[in-house]
Design a binder for this molecule. Structure first.
Ligand code: SF4
Ligand code: MG
Length: 327
C-alpha cells in the first residue's frame, strides 16, 4: 500500500457471527491524505457497515473474518476498546444523517459544546466557549446566536452545520460523512458538501463520503467505489469511472442520475429488477444484470482497466478487446 494513504482497507470481510452469511466481502480501497473518497450504492449494500468497522464499532453479533483497516499507523481491527475510544471523535469524526438527534433537546447548543470539549480536555468553561465559538464560525453559523440557542430553534441546515462543528473540533485526520445531506433539501445539501470540501482544506484531512446518490459523488470526490451486495464492484478515479463505466450496476446508477435530472424519474429502467436482489454465488449482480452470462455465476475477479480504474465484471475483458480492435 502507498505511503501517503491515510486509510487502507484491505481484504476486509464481515459476517454474521456463527454463520457464513457475508455482509462485506473482500473489500479493498484506500484514501490518500487530503482526498475525498466516495462510497456509493443502494441502501443495504454495506456502505454504513464499512464505516462501522472503520470506527471500530462493529456490533457484537457481527465479526471481521478477514482483512484489516489501517488508519495512519494504527491497525483498527486489532485495537482495544480503550484505544478505539481515543481514536473515535479525535482522529476520526463521524457525521451521520441523523444530525437532528445529535444534540440533546432542552439543553442549549453552547452548553453541549462546552461539555464535549471539557470531556476531552482540561479547559475552563471560558476557554471551552472560545473554542466552540471558533468552530461555529468556521462552519459559517452566527456563532453567538447558535451558541445561545436550543436545538429546536435551529433549522435543519444549521443543526447539521453545528453537528459538523462539534465533530471536527479536535482536528480529525478522517471525516466519515454517511449520507450527510439525505435529510436536507437539495440546495442546503449542496452547501453542506461545499462546507465539507472547505473544511478538508482547512484541516488537511481526508473524507470518506458515503452516498446512495452518485451525483454528489461525481462532483465532490477524486476516487469512487461502487458497492453492491457487500462488494466493491467498480472502483477508480471518479473521472475515469464516470467517463467509462464498465459495471452494469454503475451504469444503472448513472442512468438514474441523468433521468432524475430530466424529471422523468418514472422512466427509470425496470428491467434491472428490485434493489437488494443479491446473488450468493459469483457476481452479486447476476440476478438483475441485462448482460449476465453463464460464467457470471462463477467467481468474478477484480479486473483492471487501466492504472486508475477496475471493475469486477466479465465485461471488462470485452471492453479491453473492443479497445484493442478499434485502435
Ligand atoms: Fe453482469 Fe456478469 Fe458483469 Fe455481473 S459479471 S455485472 S452478471 S456481466
Ligand atoms: Mg447506510
Amino acid at each position: 500500500s502507498c505511503e501517503n494513504n491515510l486509510l487502507t482497507v484491505e481484504s476486509l470481510s464481515v459476517t454474521i457471527r456463527n454463520s457464513r452469511k457475508k455482509l462485506i466481502h473482500n473489500l479493498n480501497f484506500s484514501i490518500p491524505q487530503g482526498e475525498i473518497f466516495g462510497l456509493v450504492g443502494e441502501s443495504g449494500s454495506g456502505k454504513s457497515l464499512t464505516a462501522t468497522v472503520i470506527l471500530g464499532m462493529l456490533s457484537k453479533s457481527l465479526e471481521v473474518t478477514s482483512g484489516s483497516v489501517t488508519l495512519g499507523q494504527s491497525e483498527i481491527t486489532s485495537l482495544s476498546e480503550r484505544e478505539l475510544r481515543n481514536i473515535r471523535g479525535r482522529d476520526i469524526a463521524y457525521l451521520s444523517q441523523n444530525y437532528q438527534s445529535f444534540f440533546t433537546p432542552f439543553i442549549k447548543v453552547g452548553q453541549q459544546f462546552i461539555e464535549i470539549i471539557r470531556c476531552h480536555t482540561d479547559m475552563s468553561r471560558k476557554e471551552a466557549k472560545k473554542v466552540a465559538i471558533h468552530w461555529l464560525n468556521k462552519v459559517h453559523l452566527p456563532a453567538e446566536r447558535v451558541f445561545n440557542s436550543f436545538p429546536d430553534e435551529l433549522s435543519g441546515g444549521q443543526l447539521q452545520r453545528a453537528s459538523i462543528a462539534s465533530a471536527i473540533m479536535f482536528r480529525p485526520k478522517l471525516i466519515i460523512a454517511d449520507e450527510p445531506t439525505t435529510a436536507l433539501d437539495v440546495l442546503t445539501g449542496e452547501r453542506i458538501l461545499d462546507l465539507l470540501s472547505e473544511l478538508k482544506e482547512e484541516l488537511n484531512c481526508s473524507i470518506l463520503l458515503i452516498s446512495h446518490d452518485l451525483k454528489h459523488i461525481i462532483k465532490r470526490t477524486q476516487t469512487v467505489g461502487v458497492m453492491y451486495g457487500g462488494q466493491i464492484v467498480e472502483i477508480g478515479k471518479t473521472s475515469a469511472v464516470v467517463a467509462n463505466p464498465i459495471h452494469p450496476y454503475t451504469n444503472l446508477l448513472l442512468q438514474s442520475r441523468l433521468r432524475l435530472n430530466k424529471h422523468i424519474q418514472h422512466e427509470l429502467p425496470t428491467m434491472l429488477g428490485e434493489p437488494g436482489l443479491i446473488a450468493e454465488e459469483g457476481c452479486p449482480f447476476t440476478k438483475r444484470c441485462p448482460s449476465a452470462m453463464e460464467s457470471c455465476s462463477n467467481k468474478v475477479p477484480m479486473n483492471s482497466l487501466g492504472k486508475h480504474h477496475s471493475a469486477a465484471c466479465h465485461l471488462v475483458n470485452a471492453e479491453r478487446e473492443e479497445r484493442y480492435v478499434t485502435r
